[in-house]
Design a protein around this ligand. Structure first.
Ligand SMILES: C[S@@+](CC[C@H](N)C(=O)[O-])C[C@H]1O[C@@H](n2cnc3c(N)ncnc32)[C@H](O)[C@@H]1O
Length: 281
């Protein structure tokens, strides 16, 4: 006998999708991407994810991406943040507007991309030499990501023990010649799928934050004093346990730690970001 949802289930599904549609319709960032009245650049060359607007907003205020050469983007797929950072490093990381002379640009397919083929970094610009930037983004995600010029992508579980070795190897081989073989900025927008169980989601956020912090500690442990200091931007779910993490781990290790809730982040979402600047060790 075919499955028929109960009335209650059908009603719940209908109301939740109606709520989702309503939220999408009200979302100014979704509207911006879809609107024909939006600025020509944004409308014609959209970022891959609305989260790009969160990073743009945070960097516009705190300017932590400028003058950096090596940026690690943890949980990078589908690539909105990586596009933003690659552009800051001088790469053309979004397809050009339809009216531009480079409109033939097409995003390379994941199938044509070997994540550890370091020399592929510039070939993913489709031969357009004007797009070559000055630094490099290393993106890591469990999911595949369509290549972005200037972004070296590693498909891996960040929490797996071998991943750190792979990240270090990629940084060592792709770093600009005069840069230290360390990331200047570590970004983490990683989040596991929400289970709907608040306790489990908080535990998972705390575990990601701890892993990323410990990775940063090891990564910067041997690093010589850098003028600008290491920067760590880390997403988390707002909860007293994460506040303790800030007090006990982040604040003793960085000169400046602040909480940011970007306007581009939905108010009903529990997410927030810790921006940590000036790694003290
Ligand atoms: C909110 S999305 C990131 C969006 C991204 N910043 C952008 O602008 O496109 C979170 C990502 O974290 C990734 N993720 C979650 N756990 C991970 C893990 N253990 N290792 C690597 N990536 C992970 C997910 O696959 C997902 O793509």
């Amino acid at each position: 006998m075919p499955f028929r949802p109960s009335r209650t289930l059908a009603y719940a599904k209908k109301t939740s999708s109606t709520a989702w549609l309503g939220r999408q319709a009200r979302d100014p960032y979704i509207r911006l991407r879809a609107s024909p009245d939006a600025s020509a650049l944004v409308a014609a060359t959209p970022y891959r994810a609305r989260s790009a607007f969160k990073l743009l907003e945070m960097d516009a205020k705190y300017k932590f991406l400028g003058q950096r050469d090596v940026v690690l983007d943890l949980g990078c797929a589908p690539g909105g943040w990586s596009q933003v950072v690659a552009e800051k490093l001088g790469w053309s990381a979004r397809p050009p507007a339809a009216s531009s002379p480079n409109a033939g640009w097409s995003e390379p397919t994941p199938e044509s991309f070997d994540p550890l083929n370091i020399s592929d970094l510039t070939s993913s610009t489709n031969g357009n030499s004007s797009t070559v930037g000055r630094g490099v983004v290393i993106g890591v995600d469990l999911l595949r990501m369509t290549p972005i010029p200037g972004v070296q992508f590693l498909q891996a579980d960040f929490l797996a023990p071998d991943t750190e070795v792979l990240i270090d190897a990629i940084i060592a081989r792709t770093c600009p010649r005069d840069a230290e073989t360390k990331a200047d900025v570590i970004l983490c927008d990683m989040a596991s799928n929400s289970t709907g169980n608040a306790f489990h989601d908080i535990e998972s956020s705390l575990s990601i934050c701890n892993s990323v912090f410990e990775f940063s500690q090891r990564h910067w442990a041997q690093s010589s004093k850098r003028e600008l200091g290491g920067v760590l931007l880390i997403k988390h779910f707002v909860h007293p346990l994460l506040h303790i993490f800030r007090k006990e781990k982040l604040e003793p290790s960085f000169k400046d730690v602040r909480f940011i809730k970007p306007n581009a982040s939905r108010t009903e979402s529990k997410e927030g970001y810790f921006l940590c600047r000036g790694w003290k060790g």
